[in-house]
Design a protein around this ligand. Sequence first.
Ligand SMILES: NC(=O)C1=CN([C@@H]2O[C@H](COP(=O)(O)OP(=O)(O)OC[C@H]3O[C@@H](n4cnc5c(N)ncnc54)[C@H](OP(=O)(O)O)[C@@H]3O)[C@@H](O)[C@H]2O)C=CC1
Ligand SMILES: O=C(O)[C@@H]1CCC=N1
Length: 273
Amino acid sequence: MTDLRAATPLVLVGAGKMGGAMLAGWLENGLDPKGVVLIDPGPPPEMAALIAARGMTHVTAPPSDLKAAVIVLAVKPQVADAVLPGLAGLVGPGTVVVSVAAGKTLERLEAGIGPAAIVRSMPNTPAQVGRGITVAVANSRVTTPQKVLVTALLAAVGKVEWVAEEALIDAVTAVSGSGPAYVFHLVEALAEAGRRAGLPDALAEKLARATVEGAGELLYQSPLDPATLRKNVTSPNGTTAAALAVLMGETGLQPIMDAAVAAAARRSRELAG
Ligand SMILES: NC(=O)C1=CN([C@@H]2O[C@H](COP(=O)(O)OP(=O)(O)OC[C@H]3O[C@@H](n4cnc5c(N)ncnc54)[C@H](OP(=O)(O)O)[C@@H]3O)[C@@H](O)[C@H]2O)C=CC1
Ligand SMILES: O=C(O)[C@@H]1CCC=N1
């Protein structure tokens, strides 16, 4: 288990879907709830329950008497600019700010909160079950110990990659930040296709869900690459080959995925503000 003691006091600004998922993962990995301050005017009910159960401090505005070790900014990009100046008082000499806000550049974050060590990161919601992946980029004020600390936090909820080139984060957002939604939509589409092929509702849903769960777990556990795993399902001239001729054809999944990822990356660049 990662030692997260140096991460407190940890101020989480925005305890919604992403902030909540990361927090749940950190608590699961030993983060001391007494060292956590949540700033959120309206956390979702399940988060309010977690706050009460774990005895975390919950406030609706930044406290004036605290210097944080880590500030995690997990509000919507559209409200980040308004929130950042109010967090400046929480920044002390050792504070590192970790933003998960899509699109918000290091320059924009620093313009809002003032001179600070800042990490721009892009996690994803499987962080909640310790199976996220986060890509991060640091500004020049981030020290090596701060980078180690942020790595420990992010690694507690999944895999971590650091990049030196900030421009890559828009594509990262489009692939892994938003990516879980594409997979969940695949489950929806597969279930719907099953229904249209005559399966009862409940069975279609069960089959689609179990198939993606099982394929994901196989991918996780197997040393084989996805193309080999795909080939292992595909008998020559069999049923899978018939389906893949559609999915891998000219109007198949790749052009749709290209368009989806390009649209998400474009939106990430727009969200810079
Ligand atoms: N969801 C995801 O899969 C991912 C999200 N992100 C990023 O995470 C960030 C949060 O997204 P997500 O968790 O989905 O959004 P949510 O709306 O679920 O969470 C944001 C939370 O911030 C609260 N909030 C609003 N205003 C303030 C404020 N002034 N101070 C403190 N908290 C405030 C919201 O309360 P209220 O609802 O009452 O407004 C809400 O609880 C975004 O920037 C997004 O780009 C990054 C990777 C993946
Ligand atoms: O949809 C969004 O904008 C956020 C960023 C990545 C996932 N969710």
